[in-house]
Design a protein around this ligand. Structure first.
Ligand SMILES: [Zn+2]
Length: 291
């Protein structure tokens, strides 16, 4: 779709299944099940919607999904089907991995940066396997504080901060550390949206008088914007999440910003409306080819 002079494409890395309680934190199941139904393992479907932005000749990919390095057991746990999902969908849009100039990671949880790198096998004879950047020309943009938290995880964050998703970028000189809000082009900028992690960032696109925001895990689903108290159990600073969402919600209403949701299995994008203190995201038609 077009937003001013910018082209936006939702590029899917497929779909995963995650524990419903994890996604809704303190919200009782009887309430969240009205929004999304759980399977017999209490899992709910979670889209892995990455975003390709073409602005001023730069091809910018925001987040990279789970990627293809998961073990068979992890794939089973997350219910992930198919290989080469993100790169395959990029190719279908006419973009090869070497066409990507910048990869922005909202944060380094494994469902957002797993596709940063791929396994490359050496000759059968030497049995070497190497993890290399998926996008060979790209600069990968990561907040400094997020990288610090990922490099030195604790017992709660260890399972999702996997070194193979970011260390190879440093080794190859393809990592750019960001020190807070940073502009990629005159139309695209990263803004720190603290809460899910200490240095989680979202991406704002502004062009031709129109505005959009890719929220990442600040609000993975539309309902997380509509109800500020609906915060994922994964969030490191849930009270910060609420205040950041309040600020972004007010800003989005004022700017009539298009909201783009990374994990919503039903609403890819929409506009926020308010009536009598109640908030509602009005979905706009998804792109054809949505999984
Ligand atoms: Zn996520």
């Amino acid at each position: 779709m077009r937003l001013g002079n910018v082209n936006l494409h939702i590029v899917s890395d497929g779909r995963a299944w995650m524990d419903g309680g994890g996604h809704f934190g303190l919200v009782p199941k009887v309430l969240w099940e009205k929004v999304v139904r759980a399977d017999e393992l209490n899992r709910i479907p979670m889209a892995l919607n990455c975003l390709l932005v073409v602005s001023e000749g730069k091809r910018i990919l925001v987040d990279t999904g789970f990627g293809d390095k998961l073990s068979p057991k992890e794939r089973e746990i997350y219910g992930i089907a198919g290989e080469n999902r993100l790169v395959g969908n990029l190719c279908r849009l006419g973009f090869a991995p070497e066409d990507i100039d910048i990869v922005i990671n909202t944060h380094l949880h494994s469902d957002h940066c797993g596709g940063n790198t791929i396994l490359r096998f050496g000759k059968v004879s030497d049995r070497r396997r190497e993890v290399v950047p998926t996008f060979p020309r790209a600069e990968y943009w990561i907040q400094r504080l997020e990288l610090a938290d990922a490099r030195y995880p604790n017992e709660r964050t260890r399972a999702t901060y996997l070194a193979e998703n970011f260390v190879p970028l440093e080794e190859r000189g393809q990592l750019r550390l960001l020190y807070g809000d940073t502009r990629a082009t005159s139309e695209v900028r990263c803004v720190v949206t603290r809460g899910h992690t200490r240095a989680h960032q979202s991406v704002i696109i502004e062009s031709g008088g129109e505005t959009a925001i890719y929220l990442g895990d600040l609000a993975p689903r539309a309902v997380n914007v509509e109800c500020l108290a609906w915060v994922a159990a994964f969030d490191v600073e849930p009270l910060e999440t609420i205040e950041t969402k309040r600020r972004i919600r007010d800003w989005a209403l004022e700017k009539n910003a298009l909201l783009i949701f990374e994990h919503d299995s039903r609403v890819q994008m929409g506009y926020l409306r308010e009536e009598g203190g109640r908030y509602k995201v009005i979905e706009i038609a998804p792109e054809p080819g949505r999984p």
